[in-house]
Design a protein around this ligand. Structure first.
Ligand code: SF4
Length: 335
């Protein structure tokens, strides 16, 4: 049996980051009174590396978005204990996330020397105008160049994109997805924009200069993106920000924050498929029976029966009945 995988996450804050990404509250976090952000991640790293073995396959993950943009000596202060733990079998792999413009052959050689396996790049958008308006400080070409360097150096590549940034729209998201697919990543993460307290995006939103990317917007956009990545054989390993107490407790002021966003998107993809199939059926005013595999039942019905109600209304059905059954694919039958 393959051992269970366990991520050991270490958040690396970027003190003194010269960039001003509109969605980032880094400055607020690191400026918080009593912040010991310089030492906390190292303490956390040592704590995680000291955990007794539990039979899981452990991957150490440096998150925070700009690992290779921090000073090299500080990178090494994290990488050295990580590499020792890797050599000693206490962890099994190392991944980190960084900015596309903070990648060069020398940096990548350092990461390889310390045993890093996976490099994640925050691409966010492949439209330069969106990157500019979002304060990212890099271009789409930086993403192309960095992705090629990462793959050429033999790392696994994960690309992160965002939807709903200032100046972006559904077409822009599709464009970004196609561009990312062309870079042949091993996986992608999609983060619909959330208006987080303490960010520039929050200021723009309050001033009426940014329209929030609602949960419905994110579900619609992502339901169109996921099938593109899946058709290209590229797994989407994360959809939406990880729920945290801080976000759920009020830091997410607006935007596409939903603890089950991935489930909502998969439910919408199924609804889109059923809509297409029902469009080819003469079903108005009739009762239709939908039979789905057991594991797709809740996705088919939708949150608060949303899919059933929407399809009933869209096709003026007498009723849409849903049942689970021994079928590999959803089947629609007019009764
Ligand atoms: S998200 Fe942008 S502003 Fe925030 S730490 Fe990373 S590079 Fe700096």
């Amino acid at each position: 049996m393959t051992p269970r995988r366990r991520i050991l996450p270490v958040f690396i804050p970027h003190l003194g980051c010269p960039h001003a990404c509109v969605f980032c509250n880094q400055r607020e976090i690191t400026a918080a009174p009593g912040s010991e952000a310089q030492n906390e991640p190292l303490d956390e790293l040592n704590r995680l590396l000291d955990l007794p073995p539990d039979g899981t396959e452990r991957e150490l993950a440096f998150y925070g978005g700009s690992f290779t943009a921090i000073p090299a000596s500080r990178q090494i202060s994290f990488l050295e204990p990580a590499a020792r733990a890797l050599a000693g079998g206490r962890i099994h792999s190392i991944r980190l996330s960084t900015r596309p413009d903070a990648v060069d052959p020398e940096t990548l050689a350092r990461l390889r020397a310390y045993g890093v396996k996976t490099v994640e790049l925050g691409a966010q958008s492949m439209r330069d105008e969106v990157l500019l308006r979002s304060g990212r400080g890099h271009t789409a070409q930086d993403v192309r160049d960095a992705a090629k360097m990462v793959l050429d150096a033999g790392f696994q590549l994960v690309l992160q994109m965002m939807t709903g940034l200032p100046g972006d729209d559904d077409d822009g998201a599709q464009y970004t997805a196609h561009e990312l697919i062309a870079l042949r990543p091993d996986a992608v993460r999609i983060y619909p924009a959330v208006v987080v307290r303490g960010t520039r995006l929050a200021e723009l939103w309050r001033a009426g200069e940014y329209r929030e990317h609602t949960v419905e917007d994110a579900v619609r956009v992502c339901a169109a993106l996921l099938p593109l990545f899946e058709a290209a054989g590229i797994p989407v390993i994360r959809l939406g920000l990880n729920p945290t107490e801080e976000l759920s407790g009020g830091a997410a002021l607006a935007g596409a924050y939903h603890p089950a966003l991935g489930e909502l998107v998969r439910s919408r993809i199924l609804r889109n498929r059923l809509e297409e199939q029902l469009s080819a059926m003469d079903c108005r005013g009739r009762t239709v029976l939908l039979t789905v595999p057991r594991n797709l039942l809740s996705q088919a019905v939708g949150q608060h029966r949303g899919n059933v109600l929407w399809l009933q209304d869209r096709f003026r059905l007498q009723e849409l009945q849903v049942q689970s059954g021994e079928t590999p694919e959803p089947i629609l039958t007019i009764l």
